[in-house]
Ligand binder design. Structure first.
Ligand SMILES: Nc1ncnc2c1ncn2[C@@H]1O[C@H](COP(=O)(O)OP(=O)(O)O)[C@@H](O)[C@H]1O
Ligand SMILES: [Mg+2]
Length: 264
């Protein structure tokens, strides 16, 4: 393994908790700080690809797309799966989704070494990119296992809601079982990103935040309030640090980038 590349899975099986926004904007902050960053859109819904206004991968037998590569049908270079997005200081590139990803869970279940497909696919980019961020799907399935097997560390977006505490009670054992069954060394749990926080914070949110703060070995790395800045940047295909560089949100994403070891 090349220690100079850090692969992070941005994961939580709960949908709508800010995974894609976190992956996109932390990647933007890392690239702004001069790092070469590759994003991987592993969610069949393709929101990350949309959020960067990048076209989906091609389709058809043997096509150079993430799905065909995961199931072993595309065996060419990963370089041909990568679409450049921007070059703020370092570069920001993406392995886009493809509509065919909807078949990935079913097809991967038929494969051998099915949990290690993404790790194998990403092996050649180690040493080329400083950071790889994987935007995982909202499920505890074979795609998420692939993300957890391929990553060095994990970043977990959550909301200050009871449902997020419940989601963690499923996710953390899943990570532990991947550590035991699929990995040589345990995943680094970077911590939580509290996303979509409504302001002013309610009593309920405060009590959930207090519970999240008690979690051993899982620090809250940052809190991202609900704001149109995030959705506006997303709709314009840009990252928050690029779209609103002086915003509070840009600062939060820069701090998260630093927490991943990628500060300026
Ligand atoms: N801090 C935020 N403020 C406002 N909207 C946000 C924020 N973070 C995410 N969103 C929006 O909320 C929705 C869910 O976030 P998303 O990142 O897609 O969650 P997930 O990937 O976990 O499903 C998206 O439409 C996204 O644009
Ligand atoms: Mg998403």
């Amino acid at each position: 393994m090349d220690a100079s590349t850090h692969i992070t899975a941005v994961t939580n099986q709960k949908g709508g908790v800010g995974k894609t926004a976190t992956a996109l904007n932390v990647a933007g902050a890392l690239a702004e700080a001069g790092h070469n960053v590759l994003l991987v859109d592993l969610d069949p819904q393709g929101h990350l690809t949309d959020g960067l206004s990048i076209e989906q991968g091609p389709t058809g037998e043997g096509a150079a797309n993430l799905y065909r590569a995961l199931i072993g049908e595309y065996t060419g270079s990963i370089a041909d799966l990568i679409t450049p997005h921007s070059v703020p200081a370092g570069r920001l590139d993406l392995v886009p989704n493809t509509i065919e990803m909807f078949m990935a869970v079913r097809e991967l279940d038929k494969q051998r070494v099915r949990e290690h497909r993404l790790a194998r696919l990403l092996a050649p980019v180690r040493g080329i990119y400083d950071h790889v961020l994987i935007d995982a799907p909202p499920s505890l399935d074979i795609l998420t296992d692939n993300a957890l097997a391929a990553a060095d560390g994990v970043l977990i977006p959550v909301q200050a809601e009871d449902s997020s505490l419940k989601a963690l009670r499923l996710l953390l054992p899943q990570i532990a079982s991947v550590d035991v069954d699929l990995r040589d060394k345990p995943l680094q749990l970077h911590g939580l990103v509290v996303s979509l926080l409504r302001r002013p914070t309610t009593k309920l949110a405060e009590s959930v935040l207090a519970e999240l703060e008690q979690l051993d070995g899982l620090p809250i790395l940052g809190t991202v309030p609900l704001s149109v800045v995030v959705t506006e940047a997303w709709r314009s295909g840009r990252t928050v640090v690029d779209y609103a560089p002086d915003s509070e949100h840009a600062e939060t994403y820069r701090a998260l980038a630093k927490a991943l070891g990628g500060g300026q």
